[in-house]
Design a protein around this ligand. Sequence first.
Ligand code: ZN
Length: 82
Amino acid sequence: MCERSTANADSSGSIYVFDPGALTPAQLMGDACAICHAKWPRPRQPLGELPDGSEVFGCDECAGIVVAHNARSVRAHALAAH
Ligand SMILES: [Zn+2]
């Protein structure tokens, strides 16, 4: 009688979770872009987060790539609607 529905299925899938083992300490601390390692200009765009909830930052250019990747389904929908 106590069958529960999937109450934990609340992840929207919009936040990219980085693997801490694949990032350098500078990237983990937000001192370097999590994708291209650029330290200047200082990465300020949130790209995603670590499994512990810490934010991971990237440069403007890489943030654009991530956003485009995440918005792919949205763009496909827009194209279909056009
Ligand atoms: Zn970058």
